[in-house]
Write a protein that binds this ligand. Structure first.
Ligand SMILES: [Ca+2]
Ligand SMILES: [Ca+2]
Length: 236
């Protein structure tokens, strides 16, 4: 049995729910890093925790010269690029994926039936996903295709991989959820502590959103303007 057929009962529903609103282009995807060389490009998205927004999903770009590659060759190429990614696939089925980034280790293991690494495909840069009909060794990617891996609980028939997007520039929205609320207070304090501390907690954040006086830096001088924006937001 090919990996990816375990959740076959939910396939139709999963595909039906795989559509999201609002088109974006590749430039808006928050790509961790590009590796490889060549004029053909594919995107690879890994989502370690369904339902948790963008904070545990990551996108990677791969360039290649061959006409096509398989999903397993893509995994091998990313692992070989020494960018903190690794995976295990005993018997050809992906059971573990790790990503070490900014001192944080992201990891989910296959623990069927509680969870398993589900395999997804996309032809629009990870905006809309379909459950892969093929195992990674037989899936063929061409220029412009996207592969996705999602740690999916066995009873979850609705989640799809979340493709991380570059956050909007909104002064005061330090947790980058699109609005300025009290939930931004702790992230603001974190941002004051420096880029590395902030980046470890918000890998898809925009620390400069803590720059509330518009001088291009995040300093104590942003505290009063930040509080003022919070006050505006709370009465709106
Ligand atoms: Ca916010
Ligand atoms: Ca500032």
């Amino acid at each position: 049995m090919l990996f990816g057929m375990k959740g076959v009962a939910g396939v139709g529903l999963l595909v039906a729910l795989a559509c999201t609103a609002g088109a974006y282009d590749l430039g808006q995807v928050d790509v961790e890093t590009w590796v490889g060389s060549g004029t053909n490009t594919v995107l690879w998205v890994v989502d370690f925790w369904p339902g948790d927004g963008n904070h545990n999903s990551f996108a990677f770009g791969y360039r290649f010269a061959a006409p096509s590659i398989t999903g397993m060759e893509l995994l091998d190429a990313l692992q070989a690029a020494d960018i903190g990614l690794s995976y295990a696939a005993p018997d050809g089925y992906v059971t573990d994926i790790w990503y070490v980034r900014a001192g944080v280790t992201y990891h989910a293991s296959d623990n069927w039936p509680d969870s398993y690494w589900s395999y997804w495909v996309s032809s629009d840069d990870g905006e809309n996903w379909g459950y892969s009909d093929w195992g990674a060794a037989l899936r063929v990617l061409y220029d412009g295709d996207t592969d996705g891996w999602l740690a999916l609980p066995g009873d979850d028939y609705t989640s799809v991989p979340v493709t991380p997007l570059v956050p909007a520039a909104i002064p005061g929205d330090v947790n980058c959820d699109g609005q300025v609320t009290f939930a931004d207070i702790d992230p603001f304090v974190l941002a004051l502590g420096g880029e590395s501390a902030y980046d470890a907690v918000f890998p898809h954040g925009r620390r400069l959103n803590a720059d509330c006086n518009g001088d291009g830096k995040v300093t104590f001088a942003d505290i009063d303007p930040f509080v003022a924006r919070l006050g505006q937001a709370s009465v709106e």
